[in-house]
Each structure stands twice: as C-alpha cells, then as structure tokens.
Design a protein around this ligand. Structure first.
Ligand SMILES: Cc1cc2nc3c(=O)[nH]c(=O)nc-3n(C[C@H](O)[C@H](O)[C@H](O)COP(=O)(O)OP(=O)(O)OC[C@H]3O[C@@H](n4cnc5c(N)ncnc54)[C@H](O)[C@@H]3O)c2cc1C
Length: 247
C-alpha cells in the first residue's frame, strides 16, 4: 500500500486549498471526496473575490485540476473510517473497501445544514431559501424577506438583512422584548409571533410562506427566505479524530 504524506478527507474549498498548498510543497497528497459540498444546491456563489457569480461546481473543478497539476490525487469515494495505523500514521477505509495510508490526516468534511421540518423548505434550499446575506443578499435586495427564527443569532441576522431590504419579517415562536424589540422596531422589522407552516411554490418559484397564529392562518408573498439553519459536523465523533496537519 502506497503511503502518502497527507490524506485529506473532503474535497471542498477547504480540502482542495490544503491539497494545493501541500502538493506544491512536494508532499504526496490524496483527497477523498464524495462530491457533495455544502452549497451544492446554489446555482452561483458570490462574494468570493475574482470568482463572483461562478457556479460552485466550476470552482471545485478548477481546484481539482490545479491539485492534479502538481501531482495530487483526487479519489471519488466516501471515507467511512479513519484510524491510527500500527507504527504511526493513519489508515482510511473507503466505502468500497479501499484502504489508504498516510503519515498525516486532514479532515475537511465541512458541515451539514439541518433545516427545520417545514414542508417545502428543503426543496428550495440554496435557491430562495438561503442562510447568508453576504452570499445572496444582493440577489434579493428590496424584495420581501422572511426570517425563520431558529436561534438567538436570528435577531442579529434579521437586523443585518435590513441592509438589503426595507421589507423584512421575523417569524418567531416568541417575540423579542425590551431592547431587542426596540432595535427591530427602529429598523422597521415586522415581527410575527407564530409557527411556520409551509412554503408555497408556484411555477418552480417560492411565492409565499404561511404560518399559523393563535387565531388564524396567514400567508405572505415572499421571494426569499433567509434563515440560520443548525449545522452539524460531517465527520462522526466516534471516528478517530486525527486532525493534525503535515509538518
Ligand atoms: C446554500 C449555500 C450557499 C452558499 N453560498 C456561498 C456563496 O455564495 N459564497 C461563499 O463564499 N460561500 C457560500 N456558502 C458557504 C460555502 O458553501 C462554504 O463556506 C464552503 O462550502 C465550505 O467549504 P468546505 O470545504 O469546508 O466544506 P464543503 O464545501 O461542504 O466540502 C466538504 C466536502 O467533503 C466531502 N465529504 C464529506 N464527508 C465525506 C466523507 N466521509 N468522505 C469523503 N468526502 C466527504 C463532501 O462531499 C464535500 O465535497 C454557501 C453555503 C450554502 C449552504
């Protein structure tokens, strides 16, 4: 079995950046990647200097080509297990049973966004349902934006979004009080104390979101709906955690 200097699990921007620098430093590198980056559903990426508007897949393809140009290997596959090897280094086992060994192991598997269980939300993720104003706020400037409150950070996000649109609604199970309420009021944010029910899609476009109040149901048109999803690490915590980089 060929031992590489560095095995990298995850070939997104983080893994490919590391692979590029390491392969240019004459380290033998293999990147294992399942090809499911976090922003896979987004048609375009924004705010990345010199690459604004580029499809995310094109960025990664360019990165793969650059890494290969310095002798780095890209292996399409899923790493299922990583463990310390006898005598030092690490062994990574792929789903198809392939075993790779490396002196060092870098885990760059990213995070998975866990959306609330609201019908229709997952299907629009990365399209009209977004999470980062700096990535896609410009694309929905001046449109109606509804923010699903999912954590204390949602207050920060809803405040930020007033930079992009004067029509921002916070949908929350508990309306903010005191200073928080005053801050939202000063920025013209509408607060709806209610539970999200579903999103309404027409002609492949998100047209409205609906919610349930104590007394009635309501629906509002909204062409975009940024929110802060919960994120979980992609590498199981039960696996070995050999996150040291090459020296
Ligand atoms: C909808 C959306 C839109 C976004 N838009 C923008 C934007 O416009 N501009 C911007 O700067 N940022 C944007 N982001 C953020 C951007 O996607 C992340 O910052 C970036 O993807 C992080 O890179 P990463 O390499 O850490 O993780 P990822 O890109 O998620 O890459 C991780 C890689 O690891 C692989 N992997 C995971 N587990 C395994 C395994 N067991 N074995 C092998 N491979 C594995 C995955 O398939 C994936 O290819 C957006 C995010 C989302 C969710």
């Amino acid at each position: 079995m060929t031992e590489r200097d560095v095995l990298i699990i995850g070939g997104g921007p983080a893994g490919l950046s590391a692979a590029l620098v390491l392969s240019r430093a004459r380290r033998s590198v293999a990147v294992v990647d399942t090809g499911e980056p976090r922003n896979a559903t987004a048609e375009h990426m924004h705010g990345f200097f010199t690459r604004d508007g580029m499809p995310p897949g094109a960025l990664l393809e360019t990165g793969r080509t650059e890494v290969r140009g310095y002798g780095g290997e890209i292996i399409d596959g899923r790493a299922e297990r990583a463990a310390p090897a006898d005598g030092g280094g690490f062994v990574v086992t792929l789903a198809d049973g392939t075993r790779l060994t490396g002196r060092r192991l870098l885990v760059t598997t990213g995070v998975t966004d866990v959306l609330p269980d609201v019908p229709g939300l997952q299907e629009r993720w990365g399209r009209e349902v977004q999470m980062c104003p700096y990535c896609h706020g410009w694309e929905v400037r001046d449109e109606r934006i509804v923010v699903l409150a999912s954590s204390p950070q949602s207050l920060h996000q809803v405040t930020l979004l007033t930079q992009w649109s004067p029509d921002v609604t916070l949908l929350t199970s508990k309306a903010p009080e005191g200073e928080d309420a005053a801050r939202l009021d000063a920025r013209g944010v509408r607060v709806v104390e209610s539970e999200a029910r579903r999103v309404i899609v027409e002609n492949d476009r998100l047209r409205a979101s609906s919610w349930r109040t104590a007394r009635s149901s309501a629906a509002t048109p909204c062409s975009s709906r940024p929110r802060s999803p919960r994120r979980t690490a992609r590498w199981p915590t039960s696996a070995a955690r050999p996150a040291r980089t090459a020296s």
